[in-house]
Design a protein around this ligand. Structure first.
Ligand code: SFD
Ligand code: AMP
Length: 634
């Protein structure tokens, strides 16, 4: 089997793994600096860049636009917003670095052809203070086009590979030396040798059992094909990881996961329970318990979740997004003029449908299938299963260096080690969902962070312009391990009448179900009302260890299934690091993300700190580390 796979060796200077928002930003920026230094840039995506990653379907808003030129907002305003939303735990240097450059990224998007809504005066239409409305069904296509054009400008020094799944990092001692992966279309094993690697492989979905099971299986809010590759890759390289307990639970339109931002911010909708009560008002007193963060505006995302969850746990569901009430209110002023009223209602109806058609088409389909007219009937919303994404309102990712110029005396020794967005491993950079403790970057901030990281990576290469050594015997071992599931299937498939049931192997789907059940029941998923404790987590770890043993028996019928095998191994590592970090942090800080019933309170005296960890590639041991929180501003 291994012999049937041709080795493809690619030697480059900068290797960008992933082809989503941050990778596309990275390609554009890297091309500029690579050209000046005569360096080569290579990008590898498991899918096709035009529609890969979280923005595949498009988006209806740009969620980070700081609008610094307007004079209405300062960098500090944005930093405060993020710090408060994350209940104090954030790297302000990273947040500020993205925030000071994000506006220029948004202006690039517009230049490349992205239609941003404008009002009569030609100003951008804001969804909320930091968000802009867009006609974004082709958002990813044009961002990918710009990235490909930039790489093309480099001639032989710019190239990209699509449908190549990256599995493992290659190391030369303590420096990253490249990556290996395989084509999901042809029998080809790829060995990428690089002077620096930028990880942009998104977050992790389907680590927890999703609400969508049975005929809806696979439906999730975040893209199901982001399967924890960034986390796995950085852990395996030995990089320090951060905020792995800070999962994200979005409240979404129930069953098709339509986002709520436009409804809450643009349409100014309320959410109410079965009795018509608005939990944000009736539960306001609860916020006192989570001081000082319960007192800030806007109320942090996890606390908004928490107030709604309290209603659900008391049996006061369903919770409804009151779309009909919101649309009614927005059209109220037009009531005296029937023609104008009809026009306004049509306009609002179109905006409501477009919001979903731009980014979560299945929600529009579900509305159509269930006779929902949003101007007439409310829709149910619910807290989704947990996701791991450092770019939205979660914070998991690698621990990376901040920029030098933004540090103060207190932060510099902790948060700066030479190159912006470089992890604790030499030459290994991270951006977007792959970098931690810098939430609220979203699509625009991820693209911006890709640009920042790529510029720093090129500078690293200029300063360390030697090709690291790649041990080819090790890559052959990796090849054998990575292709083993194909071999296992081939050898054993005839031993039972049903290929799904075989004592000699486990298929990736079954494996994923087991992983999801463990996480759901022991690590605070939907079934356990997002609640867990030490005893449950210890039991979960025990079961995860059995699963880890069985991962050696994953079997694949074809290349597509081989990808599924490795996606699930990567998810399993994401699960393990999550459980370990939840165990480590002995408090409840984000009750609407997870609740530790044995430590039910926020503990600012002990835990206003980062929970970090490393996995030692030599010994296989985990090391948990508490790192101090130091702010740039007061
Ligand atoms: O409202 C491998 N996001 C939103 N951002 C906004 O700015 N506005 C919105 O309206 C947003 N909304 C939203 C969003 C996402 C989704 C799914 C929906 C709605 C339905 C968030 C952003 O999309 C997100 O922050 C960024 O896209 C993050 O960027 P990045 O680069 O970290 O991840 P990516 O774009 O998903 O790209 C990942 C890439 O990695 C590839 N990949 N390649 C090789 N080998 C492997 N093993 C790989 N594993 C993954 C992927 O193919 C992809 O190219 S709202 O709901 O918040
Ligand atoms: P979402 O659709 O939930 O991903 O939200 C999109 C953007 O709107 C993000 O920046 C959210 O933080 C923000 N947002 C969503 N709902 C609210 C709310 N009720 N109050 C304040 N901000 C919100």
């Amino acid at each position: 089997m291994v012999a049937e796979f041709e080795n493809v060796e690619v030697t480059t200077d900068l290797l960008i793994v992933g082809g989503g928002m941050s990778a596309c930003g990275a390609a554009v920026e890297a091309a500029h600096w690579a050209k000046m230094n005569n360096l080569k840039v290579t990008l590898v995506d498991k899918a096709a860049m035009d529609r890969s990653g979280a923005v595949a379907m498009g988006l209806s808003a740009i969620n980070q636009y700081v609008d610094l030129n307007s004079g209405n907002n300062t960098l500090k305003d944005y930093i405060d917003y993020v710090r408060n939303d994350l209940m104090g735990v954030t790297r302000e240097d990273l947040v500020a670095n993205i925030a000071r450059h994000v506006d220029s990224t948004v202006h690039l998007f517009e230049k490349w052809g992205l239609p941003i809504w404008k009002d009569e005066e030609g100003k951008y239409v804001h969804e909320g203070r930091w968000q802009l409305m867009i006609n974004g069904e082709s958002y990813k296509v044009l961002v990918a086009e710009a990235a490909k054009n930039a790489l093309a400008e480099l001639g032989d020094n710019g190239e990209y590979f699509e449908r190549v799944f990256i599995v493992e990092p290659l190391m030369d001692g303590d420096r990253v030396a490249g990556a290996v992966g395989f084509s999901v279309r042809e029998n080809k094993f790829y060995i990428f040798k690089a002077k620096a690697v930028l990880v942009c492989m998104g977050g992790a979905v389907h680590v927890f059992k999703p609400r969508s099971t049975g005929e809806g299986l696979g439906r999730a809010w975040y893209p199901p094909w982001n399967s924890g590759s960034s986390t796995y890759f950085t852990i395996k390289a030995g990089a320090e990881m951060t905020c792995q307990e800070v999962r994200f639970i979005p409240v979404r339109f129930k069953d098709a996961y339509g986002p709520v931002g436009a409804w809450f911010l643009l349409f100014k909708s309320r959410a109410t329970n079965a009795k018509g009560e608005a939990y944000m008002e009736t539960r306001r007193d609860e916020l006192e318990k989570w001081a000082p963060y319960g007192k800030v505006k806007p109320v942090p995302a996890n606390l908004r979740n928490w107030l709604g969850m309290l209603d659900v746990m008391e049996g006061l569901g369903p919770i409804y997004m009151r779309t009909e009430e919101a649309i009614g209110k927005l059209a109220e002023n037009y009531k005296d003029d029937p023609k104008a009223y009809k026009k306004k209602m049509k306009e609002l109806e179109a905006e409501a449908w477009e919001d979903f058609l731009d980014m979560t088409i299945s929600q529009a389909l579900l509305w159509a299938a269930t006779n929902v007219a949003p101007e007439e009937k409310p829709s149910e919303i619910a807290a989704a299963e947990p996701y791991f994404i450092g770019s939205h309102s979660g914070a998991s990712g690698a621990w990376v260096s901040g920029p030098e110029d933004l540090q103060n005396d207190a932060t510099k020794s902790e948060y700066f080690w030479g190159y912006a967005n470089m992890s604790t491993v030499k030459g290994l950079f991270c951006a977007g969902d792959a970098s931690g403790a810098s939430s609220h970057k979203f699509s625009s901030g991820s693209h911006t962070e890709g640009r920042i990281a790529a510029k720093a990576a090129i500078s690293f290469i200029v300063d360390n312009n030697t090709q690291p050594n790649v041990d080819m015997a090790k890559t052959e071992d990796l090849k054998k391990t990575i292709l083993k599931p194909l071999e296992l299937f081939e050898e054993n498939k005839g031993k039972t009448t049903d290929p799904n049931i075989n004592p000699n192997y486990i298929r990736p789907k079954q494996f994923m179900f087991r992983l999801q059940k463990i996480m759901d029941e022991y690590a605070g998923g939907v079934t356990s009302q997002f609640t867990t404790n030490k005893a449950l987590l210890d039991k979960g770890m025990e079961l995860l260890n059995f699963l880890k043993e069985d991962s050696e028996k994953l079997a694949a019928e074809n290349l597509h299934e081989l990808m599924r095998c490795w996606e699930n191994v990567q998810r399993m590592w994401q699960a393990e690091i999550h459980v370990r970090t939840i165990l480590f942090r002995e408090e409840t800080r984000w009750p609407g993300y997870y609740f530790r019933s044995d430590f039910p309170k926020i503990d600012n005296s002990n835990w206003l700190a980062f929970a970090n960890c490393t996995w030692n590639p030599e010994t296989g041991e985990w090391n948990m580390i508490k790192r101090p929180l130091k702010y740039l501003t007061q």
